[in-house]
Design a protein around this ligand. Sequence first.
Ligand code: PLP
Length: 515
Amino acid sequence: MSASARGAYEAILRRQSARESAARTYARALPIVPVRARGLTIEGADGRRYLDCLSGAGTLALGHNHPVVLEAIRKVLDSGAPLHVLDLATPVKDAFVTELFRTLPHGLADHARVQFCGPAGTDAVEAALKLVRAATGRTGILAFTGAYHGMTAGALAASGGAPDVRVARLPFPQDYRCPFGIGGPQGVELAARWTESVLDDPKSGVPHPAGMILEPVQGEGGVIPAPDVWMRRMREVTAARAIPLIADEVQTGVGRTGTFWAVEHSGVTPDVMVLSKAIGGSLPLAVIVYRDDLDVWPPGAHAGTFRGNQLAMAAGTATLSYVRENDLAARAATLGTRMLDQLRQLGRHFACVGEVRGRGLMIGVEFVAAEDDGGGDFDAGIRDGAAGELDEPGEPAPVRGPGVAFEAGATATPAPWSEGPRPAAPDLAAAVQRECLRRGLIVELGGRHASVVRLLPPLTISDEQAAAVLDRLADAVAAAATAHTGGPPPPRRSNAASPRRGQDERAQKAGWRGD
Ligand code: PLP
């Protein structure tokens, strides 16, 4: 890159940090200036290319600028159709609703209503809460530990980090950090019983609620899939007590987890579904769909100026039908299973990997303090510069640790919860994210302790691209773990296999290296 181009790009980043809010988020960990993008790849103003496994926080089911999405947007632009229509009927909207209803779980599709909301997921969550309160005449909401539903008042109140008197918090089952310390089916059973007892105990302090809201896979909470059996229990528990069940599929929808909607894994039909992100085909769009007998709220109960985004509806229709026609949900299931297997192999080489989990192409790797360092002074490694500031973002960096090749046939790891969780290592996770960026890989951080590296690649990612992603991630983990321990990362069980066998070849083939 020429000196003047580098100067211009650095100036943009400097102006951003001088002018934008202290509350900005992704921009802090990802100091890049995207100028072009296609599929999985983003090109920065610095001329470097990145594999984008953040995908607009899970929005880009088809990756950046997919041809069918661009064509759909162009068609609306060229047609002279009005771009702003409030919530009036249009052919574009009509086509969107038809395609959306075609995808809905059985049991909801036949008698569903849709409410178009302000264009963010959080506004659709607000609408869902308002709807069930209007329909039941009750106010309380049941929500779960670790949940994330958005940033507006009601959605935030239902999220794990912000208690609200109208929201009763119940345990979300998970193995690695099981609230009951046992994990597995027993942990699930106890979580379900806790919910039942709260509802049935007249002195629980929780009045009969207006609804229950849950994520079929907690995303921001650390990529924690709800067990299918627990999902069915929550359906039974709520149905038996006339409590509407709200599934927040803002992040899990449109094939992401291996079925078109994540509730389909368990066969559960919710009463309300909250949808956003991928349904707009990369543009802002949010709706709720719900059983028509809940539709008793008055006109204007949930208004908003920007509920008629025609470009988003056209992009959304194209995305929904492309995912459906090409069965990208099945592709996400197959590839996701393979990537999870390979990441679990990686985890066996690094004591700092606490758990690898996910469903479909919604994948998380939780980083923890390694067994032998008791939490250690990981920051020292960062301060020493071993995994610190970015010097050449996007440039494949040298492997610092022994590296890992993914091989089949590794021995089974004991269930993670059988060892008990080790302390979360958010600094290490952040270092892995930085090392990924140095290697031209964009990943997300999340989880209750910000210790989970998350992958949300587009459903269109090829096998070769997936291999390149995993290679870069493996290199990044090795580098960050080396910095953490001040030496090669301690192998966990089996010996690390040959360092980068095949990695460069695969990356080269996929077109990500050697640019
Ligand atoms: N619900 C879930 C499950 C989410 O993951 C998010 C955002 O990540 C939201 C709601 C809020 O969506 P938005 O950021 O568009 O308001």
